[in-house]
Design a protein around this ligand. Structure first.
Ligand code: ARG
Ligand code: GLU
Length: 715
């Protein structure tokens, strides 16, 4: 296998139209890719990006928290990422009295930096192809035995590589398991908040402008990584010292021009570029619309409550943003796929695939079954996919109180058998979760979500996917009764009572919870889901995975020597490159590649929270007090390029031809969000914050210019 892949990756090809598509694995960069990067202007070498012998750019790029990227911008551990990536940290330090979301926050010295218990920065030590080791001893195995063996091998590789916990070691499949890579990270656990602009800058335009161009969001925040002895990771301690990274980026205020080379390094989360037409059909005609429908309802309710109560606005800010983000992306995705006629494009490809394997008996034998199998499996999946999405969006995440129910012990027997030590631990954890939960919980809001989403669940799902008890209840009660008999009767919505119960959690209390009406509802739904939805849903998906692996292998060998194929994103370190350019989203519309502070002033509206420009920013604009960050008298803000990025690339460094930091990736344009499934070089653009705007805000707006003293800034 390895040989085939290698030869594919070394395949000769100069793609012109497709040049910008792709998220490449740095250790698999073939000379044609590097050559293309050079032709587009890149002045450095592959080793400057990734090397295990020398310090390279990869040493300055981190996994920030659970799903973002960040980069080192000083020798003192200063880290730059997006405002929306730091959002939950900023929110967790905020209250109505200290509203850092609204007013921003800047530590005036290192002592004032704020610690964040669960936040980490992971540095990639190295990555390597471990396909052979993962497949050792699997030659004659099939089915579950094969899966088990692979799992055991992966586990062993990770255990040995972690070097007794010094590294976090993760093995991940590439190309649907046609190849495996090991990734070793050093995990820094003391990451402190240094500064964030107010939301009126960092989240300017809010969820309305999210995913849109032209964009005027100053989406950045600043953290600092701390280390213990010898610059090594350590738990939080006031004695920790700023981490000295192996490498940090030089910031360039030279600006950008159309067609300039741009490279984005970071951790793209997930893409599905090699799906069959059947899968694309399911996504665009059912899954995305279903999820959008449910979230539309939820968001309407949240918005209403947030508007009417400033406390709720803070409590639900993060929840709202999270819910709205994918909601909007799914809508863009469907539109984009339609526009590309994605199903037809996939079908044409499948025709080509059929012709290819029909040309030989051995290929026919290997691949002849794949597409019919995929078709059948997706037909089977349709109904279950709907049920899965409804449960996920409503029961396990949509309604807060139901979601919270999952925290309680399900069996009294387990509790009975547990040691007192374990029980204490359980109580303590549960108490922490409970405090977290109620901090961001508003009863009236959740009650309305509860009623509306349960109605939707009942209305849209086939009877067989719902427990009889639930159907009866929904038929018997009107909305008011539903609240009275279930929600309001439940101890789960009463923080005081529930806290007392949790602190003294015992068999009697657990039995009480098990009779609680919300808990009963949750556990009926869950039990039904496990038996009647999940079981089938996962087993079909497992089969699909197997077929996809074969399909992927076929695609790779069909295109060998003809097209370079990158593996789908899987939240591992990747390089994507393209050029600075705008786009034409529709008839007669042409977008420029950059925005300026002027656009902020045009959108200024004190009556709308998301567009209420801070007075100080207005003043800076009026007096043109832009410092050395402006060009030709205007203050640059954001820019677009044709670089293939996805969720997880938020906070990724945008690098120029010289390897200098010119921007901070934070979004994609709405018309191009289908790039997770199908890339369109005409429409797919990533959105970056211009580094000059970041520096301007830190220096002129926040008066935190002392931070700039730590940075290397070139002009
Ligand atoms: N769309 C960007 C991303 O996917 C930004 C999300 C945060 N912003 C927001 N308004 N919800 O992460
Ligand atoms: N905002 C996204 C993130 O959090 C990046 C945008 C995208 O999906 O490309 O990763």
């Amino acid at each position: 296998m390895k040989h085939t892949l290698l030869s594919i990756l070394c395949a000769i090809l100069f793609l012109s139209a497709q040049a910008k598509e792709g998220m490449w694995v740095p250790t698999l960069l073939d000379k044609y890719t590097i050559e293309e990067m050079h032709q587009m202007g890149f002045k450095l070498s592959a080793d400057d990006i990734y090397s295990i012998n020398e310090n390279s750019m990869k040493d300055a790029v981190v996994i920030f928290g659970k799903g973002c990227t960040g980069e080192m911008i000083s020798d003192e551990g200063l880290l730059l990422t997006n405002h929306h990536c730091g959002f939950s940290s900023i929110q967790s330090h905020s209250s109505v009295e200290h509203d850092y979301l609204t007013n921003g926050f800047w530590a005036k010295s290192k002592d004032e930096e704020l610690s964040n218990p669960d936040l980490t920065a992971k540095f990639l030590e190295r990555m390597e192809d471990v396909t052979d080791s993962v497949l050792v001893g699997t030659m004659d195995l099939k089915g579950i035995e094969l899966e088990d063996k692979i799992e055991q091998n992966i586990y062993a590789i990770q255990r040995i590589a972690s070097d007794s916990g010094r590294f976090e070691a993760v093995v991940k499949p590439l190309y649907y398991g046609n190849q495996y890579f090991l990734y070793l990270y050093k995990v820094y656990k003391d990451v402190r908040l240094v500064g964030a602009p107010p939301s009126s800058i960092g989240k300017f335009g809010g969820d309305t402008d999210n995913w849109m161009w032209p964009r005027h969001t100053g989406d950045f925040s600043v953290f600092r990584v701390y280390a213990g002895e010898n610059n090594e990771p350590a738990e939080y301690s006031p004695d920790n010292v700023p981490y000295h990274p192996k490498k940090h980026f030089t910031l360039s205020t030279n600006g950008i021009k159309p067609n300039d080379f741009v490279m984005v390094l970071g951790y793209p989360g997930s893409t599905q570029e090699y799906l069959s037409s059947f899968a694309v059909d399911l996504i665009m005609n059912q899954s995305d619309p279903d999820k959008v429908r449910i979230r539309t309802k939820k968001l309407e309710i949240l918005a209403d409550h947030m508007e009417n109560d400033p406390a709720v606005r803070i409590q639900y800010a993060s929840k709202y943003a999270r819910t709205s983000n994918s909601w909007k992306r799914w809508q863009g995705e469907v539109k984009g796929l339609r526009r590309l006629d994605a199903i037809a494009v996939k079908q044409q490809f499948e025709e080509k695939f059929k012709q290819w394997y029909s040309s030989s008996d051995s290929l026919q034998e290997l691949y002849g079954d794949v597409l019919p199998q995929l078709e059948k499996l997706h037909m089977d999946l349709y109904a279950f996919e709907r049920a899965y999405n409804y449960y996920k969006e409503i029961v396990f995440g949509g309604i807060d109180i139901l979601d919270f129910s999952s925290n309680f012990p399900r069996s009294t027997r387990g509790w009975d058998r547990a040691s007192e030590f374990r029980r204490d631990l359980y109580r303590k954890n549960l108490r922490d979760n409970l405090d977290d939960f109620f901090k961001d919980y508003n009863r009236e809001t959740d009650e309305e979500v509860f009623v509306e989403l349960l109605r939707l669940l009942k209305k849209d799902l086939a009877r067989s996917f719902l427990p009889e008890s639930f159907i009866e209840m929904m038929q018997k009660y009107d909305d008011e009764k539903l609240l009275k008999k279930v929600y309001q009767k439940s101890v789960l919505s009463d923080q005081v009572k529930l806290t007392a119960m949790v602190d003294d959690l015992n068999l009697r209390n657990i039995k009480k919870i098990h009779k609680d009406p919300v808990y009963v509802l949750y556990s009926d739904l869950r039990a039904h889901y496990l038996r009647n939805v999940e079981l089938v849903y996962t087993s079909i998906n497992k089969e699909i995975e197997k077929q996809q692996k074969i399909y992927m292998m076929g695609i790779l060998s069909m295109l060998e020597g003809k097209e370079r194929l990158y593996p789908d994103a899987n939240f591992t370190f990747r390089i994507a490159y393209g050029k600075v350019e705008g786009y034409q989203p529709g008839d007669a519309v042409s977008y420029l590649y950059y925005t300026t502070l002027k656009g902020v002033m045009e959108k200024d509206d004190p009556d709308i929270y998301d567009y209420d420009v801070p007075q100080k920013l207005r003043d800076l604009y009026e007096t043109k007090n832009f410092g050395e960050y402006a060009t030709d008298n205007y203050m640059p803000l954001a820019f677009t390029a044709s670089v293939h990025t996805t969720g997880g690339n938020s906070g990724s460094p945008a690098i120029n031809a010289n390897g200098e930091l010119i921007g901070l990736n934070f979004d994609r344009c709405w018309e191009g969000t289908m790039s997770d499934i199908m890339f369109d070089p005409d429409q797919c653009r990533n959105i970056m914050l211009d580094i000059r705007y970041v520096l301007f805000i830190i220096d002129k707006f926040a008066d935190a210019g002392y931070l700039l003293d730590e940075m290397n800034i070139v002009n």
